[in-house]
Write a protein that binds this ligand. Structure first.
Ligand code: SF4
Length: 562
């Protein structure tokens, strides 16, 4: 079979806010240019394409989304008056609670950087759908269901990106073609913009090959689990946000919870936990159930029934972890390049803005016919001269302040807020290096018994039931997309040293050590069909032997409203 190729001018990889905003902005720039440029200098019939691995744009979109609309207003100034904008509510009541095991103390003030009053509450999945419709109206070719599996490199210059190869479809579990087989396509692009979200598959290849991260701190992450609840009719009346600190996290573990109201009678609750958690038994999904079992939260969510679940990672290294943003023919934007303000835990606006700045750079490259490394260096300059740096630079040492937990972090973070972050970036470690061995945390014992939660699967929900509510689907007759380099380590070294923490940290119960009659011991079983594409395993595995690669395009979670 001959592989098809399709030439495009600019290719965006990822249907999140970064690439969608970039694609819209690029079409606007081209349109404006063509209105005033002489005919022979116009960019005629520009081919701008965007690929998304989910079944549709928004299928994989999930975020605790109180939107800072700064970038959206620059992109679509009249968004507030558009009837079709997917606005859930506006924040008109905020509070912060410190939770002890059974009590709750209301914080007298909310730190200014966490205040959201007047901001829109949105569903990021719905925002993505809305942006994709806008992009298509402007002529962007949006291809959902296509996963980028490889970068294409110039035959004469192996450091120059010339596009992306999409994954084959219809391959069976042994790698053989099925009746539905379709060869992936080569999208050959003058400029490729990667905005794949945290731990992007192609971004990682680009960063590794071009050593784009040699002068930055490692990318570090939190995992977030989130549920959407149907509340009793008429009970949700305001745009209310509640931030939760303390229980169920211990003082060594950075993270926190949130509850906010959505349109209708819906309410969202989520918990973020740092992937540098020292406890190997850290399980964000279980901790979220414990949080919901807290008396304060139970009162707040009384009568609620979980209807949707999702999990994703969030980049929290901030400015310190931003890699070099370009190489010949390619740029990185959004979460994939660590554009999130860890102090505010907000990144959609930064993703959108960096997507737009990448688009401006790509536009200049199309006009000049030059997408060399030195031409695309303008992107980094644009970021440095924009409000992105202005916002992120003061938080550059936020992650390092909290690297050793909440007590030291509260003190150091407070000093940074009052007196600034200091001149130099304070280094920190990759998350997986911070996990302690089981013996250091629990002595010779196994992980401790869990709290006795009553799983009714309506309010307190077990992991597998929540996985079902994520809507995730993978054809099981395909190659496993979670590559474990050495399963012997799972059955021996990891079991002894860390207690197989992937059974806990995966928020979708993909990894299970099961009895094997042949070997007479427990072996790793990977139930990859459950995967919700959060990348936690790829990041937190202490031996770094798990690699997440894209499964067949169009598969994975179906969030739609999260
Ligand atoms: Fe996330 Fe990995 Fe589990 Fe998939 S297998 S849900 S990527 S931790």
């Amino acid at each position: 079979m001959e592989r098809e190729s399709m030439p495009v001018d600019v290719l965006f990889v990822g249907g999140g806010p970064a690439c969608l905003a970039g694609a819209i902005h690029l079409m606007d720039l081209i349109e404006k240019h063509n209105e005033s440029a002489p005919e022979d200098q116009q960019l005629e019939e520009p081919m701008i394409a965007l690929i998304e691995k989910g079944s549709e744009v928004g299928a994989h979109g999930i975020s605790g989304a109180i939107l800072d609309p700064r970038a959206l207003t620059e992109l679509i100034p009249d968004w507030q008056t558009r009837d079709d904008f997917p606005h859930e509510r506006t924040v008109d009541a905020e509070s912060m609670q410190f939770l002890t095991k059974t009590g709750a103390i209301t914080a007298p003030i909310i730190p200014p950087f966490l205040k959201d009053h007047g901001l829109p509450i949105i569903s990021v999945a719905k925002l993505e759908k809305w942006l994709a419709e806008g992009a298509e109206e402007k002529g962007v070719m949006v291809f959902p269901g296509f996963a980028g599996v490889d970068l294409l490199w110039d035959e004469d210059d192996d450091k120059r990106v010339t596009g992306v190869r999409t994954g084959d479809k219809g391959v069976d579990a042994h790698g053989e073609p099925k009746g539905t087989f379709e060869l992936g396509m080569d999208l050959e692009a003058k400029v490729t913009i990667l905005g794949e979200g945290p731990r992007g598959h192609l971004a990682r290849k680009l960063i590794e090959k071009l050593e784009l991260d040699k002068d930055s701190q490692p990318q570090v992450y939190e995992v977030g689990c989130k549920e959407l609840l149907d509340m009793p009719e008429g009970s949700v009346t305001r745009g209310e946000v509640t931030l939760l600190a303390g229980y169920p996290l211990d003082l060594d573990t950075f993270g926190g919870g949130f509850i906010y109201t959505m349109a209708g009678d819906k309410l969202a609750i989520g918990l973020l936990v740092s992937l540098n958690a020292k406890d190997p038994a850290m399980d964000c999904h279980y901790l979220l159930q414990k949080l919901k079992n807290h008396p304060f939260v139970r009162r707040k969510l009384a009568g609620g029934k979980v209807v949707k679940y999702g999990a994703k990672t969030v980049t929290v290294g901030g400015w310190a972890s931003v890699p070099k943003l370009y190489g010949a023919g390619a740029m990185l934007c959004g979460d994939t390049a660590s554009f999130l303000n860890p102090m505010r835990i907000k990144g959609i606006h930064l993703s959108m803005k960096t997507g737009m700045l990448a688009a401006e750079t790509a536009f200049a490259a199309l006009l000049s016919g030059d997408s060399s490394e030195s031409a695309l260096a303008a992107f980094a300059q644009k970021v440095d001269q924009s409000w992105v740096k202005e916002e992120m630079e003061p938080a550059k040492n936020w992650h390092s302040a909290f690297e050793n937990g909440m007590v030291q972090g509260g003190f150091r973070g407070g000093l940074q807020f009052l007196f600034g972050p200091g001149k130099d970036i304070q280094p920190f470690h990759a998350d997986y290096k911070e996990m302690r061995k089981k013996a250091a945390v629990y002595g010779s014992n196994d992980y401790p018994a869990r709290d006795d939660l009553t799983y009714d699967n309506e309010y307190i929900v077990d992991k597998l039931t929540d996985v079902y509510r994520s809507g995730t689907k993978h054809d099981e007759d395909q190659p496993c997309h979670l590559l474990i380099a050495d399963r012997e380590i799972c059955a021996t070294k990891c079991k002894e040293e860390y207690g197989n923490p992937c059974e806990r940290f995966c928020p979708a119960q993909v990894y299970n050590m099961v009895d094997n009659q042949e070997s007479g011991r427990k072996e790793m079983q990977v139930d990859f069909a459950n995967c919700v594409h959060c990348k936690t395993c790829d990041i937190r595995d202490p031996y770094q032997i798990i690699r997440w690669v894209p499964p067949e395009g169009g598969q994975g979670p179906e969030y739609g409203v999260l």
